[in-house]
Design a protein. Structure first.
Length: 242
């Protein structure tokens, strides 16, 4: 298979090379552990410098998608899923973007009364029911994340929606609710009995705990989300630009 870049495009060559590499590493040949094409040969094929190509490869190494080793070459990383803080998408969209097949192990919808913390976040009273969604998701072979989401009554969810589709796409298409702002808190904790059972890990195992607070364009609260991730199956990266 031959690869090429558009040298007349206004899109910088290193960006084009990065997108090409993202497609390349999703090919079955490289997902199965084969070494990627030699940098010298690939740079020559694309008619770019090795420095430009390495700029693209380094980005994917930084994201945890590639592993580069001297004398053995560059391979696709298989160990962990990576999430970037400046690339805010629904979980389904994140995994689709990275070419990672996802399986839904559990999906539960219920109506609950909020505790004080939830009521204060949504600015409602504790006697007003809100919709709660629980999901256990992961790779086809094993779960690696347990989500709990609560939604403001204003969103208008009935519980009959298709919660298997990307969440924010569903909210926008079915309820005209557009999520535009996400605030997050990241910490570590030990798995209790419930989390351990959901993620199929021993009680007390370390998990990455992510709180996500989602707002609409008027900065009104939409969703209060809790995510529990297996520590050995997930990497959370932060990219900052000055």
């Amino acid at each position: 298979m031959r690869y090429s870049l558009d040298h007349k495009s206004p899109v910088p060559l290193h960006i084009q090379a990065e997108e090409l590499m993202r497609k390349l590493i999703n090919e079955e040949e490289y997902q199965n552990g084969n070494v990627l094409p030699n940098e010298v040969e690939l740079a020559k094929m694309l008619a770019i410098s090795r420095t430009t190509l390495r700029q693209a490869i380094n980005k994917l190494v930084y994201e945890g998608l590639l592993i580069r080793k001297k004398r053995t070459g560059t391979k696709v990383a298989q160990a962990a899923v990576s999430s970037k803080s400046n690339n805010w998408l629904s979980f389904s969209q994140e995994m689709k973007l990275r070419g990672i097949p996802i399986k839904n192990f559990e999906l539960h919808i219920s109506w609950v009364y909020p505790d004080e913390a939830l009521a204060n976040f949504f600015e409602i009273k504790t006697d007003r029911q809100i919709l709660k969604m629980e999901k256990v998701r992961g790779k086809p072979t094993e779960p690696f994340v347990y989500f709990i989401s609560y939604f403001h009554p204003r969103v208008g969810l009935t519980g009959e929606e298709d919660f298997k589709m990307p969440l924010y796409e569903m909210l926008e298409s079915e309820h005209s609710v557009v999520a535009t702002l996400s605030k997050e808190e990241i910490s570590a904790k030990a798995a209790d009995n419930v989390i351990a059972d959901k993620l199929r890990i021993p009680v007390g195992s370390p998990v990455l705990f992510r709180k996500r607070f989602v707002f609409d364009h008027g900065e009104r609260p939409i969703e209060y989300n809790l995510g529990y991730y297996k520590s050995d199956s997930f990497i959370y990266t932060v990219e900052s630009i000055r």
